[in-house]
Design a protein around this ligand. Structure first.
Ligand code: ADP
Ligand code: 5GP
Length: 212
């Protein structure tokens, strides 16, 4: 079980649905929200930066981290391995920062086992055709990778019933506002706000000192 004071948000979607686009904006605009940088054995795409988009590792280094229990969860998808670093997210959660994990559905289920109150969000493309267009429009994967991602999309989509929130990324602005609302509303949940609300209450004089 992972101890945490910050909130954990898990975002899953078939590849190409718009997770990176939305998450970049969310991280930029919402204070105290950070993105969980995963470890992967896949190669960087054009424009991706090590330590910013992913920590890019070779297979032996991934194996070593795995043997040392360094992952909260890990999977193999599209022929490559991806994992969430235990130390990395624990340090941030201890600091009370909220974390957004962009991970696929198997990893998401494993995170929920370790963090039962993680807030699970599934992002859907408006339809299959739009997903195919977006993957090709992104222009950063080979045709073989695109075909693999489209084949896997149906499987990924069939998992949305395990999530707390479903957001359709048709119009980007609408999807962004919905995602932002979920994050901000979660922060106002009673169980999250209790220590702050209690401190506010304690700043008032005790009831027997109040003149009625
Ligand atoms: P993911 O991270 O889920 O694989 P990306 O964020 O890379 O997906 O988005 C895939 C492509 O779709 C990108 O070229 C992005 O600019 C585009 N895209 C994202 N959201 C929308 C949207 N609402 N409408 C049209 N295109 C979008
Ligand atoms: P991409 O290669 O397009 O960046 O990511 C491929 C898939 O791997 C996406 O669905 C993404 O959410 C998922 N992914 C990225 N990092 C992790 C991780 O650490 N764990 C798991 N389980 N999935 C991840």
């Amino acid at each position: 079980m992972i101890r945490h004071t910050g909130n954990v948000f898990v975002l899953s979607a078939p590849s190409g649905a718009g997770k990176s686009t939305l998450r970049e904006r969310l991280i930029q605009n919402i204070r105290d929200l950070t993105f969980s940088i995963s470890y992967t054995t896949r190669s960087p795409r054009a424009g991706e930066v090590d330590g910013q988009d992913y920590f890019f590792l070779d297979n032996p280094t991934f194996d070593r981290m795995l043997a040392e229990g360094g992952f909260v969860e890990w999977v193999e998808v599209y022929g490559k391995r991806y994992g969430t670093g235990r130390k990395w997210i624990q340090e941030r959660l201890d600091a009370g920062v909220d974390i957004l994990l962009d991970i696929e559905t198997v990893g998401a289920k494993n995170v929920r086992e370790e963090i039962p109150d993680a807030v699970m969000i599934f992002l859907l493309p408006p339809d299959a055709e739009a997903l195919s267009r977006r993957l090709r429009g992104r222009g950063k994967d080979s045709e073989e990778q695109i075909q693999m991602r489209l084949r896997y999309a149906r499987h990924e989509m069939s998992e949305f019933g395990h999530y707390d929130y479903l957001v359709v990324n048709g119009d980007l602005e609408t999807a962004y506002r919905q995602m932002e609302s979920i994050i901000l509303a979660t922060r106002c949940r009673r169980e999250r706000m209790m220590p702050i609300a209690q401190r506010i209450l304690d700043s008032f004089p005790a009831l027997d000192q109040v003149q009625r």
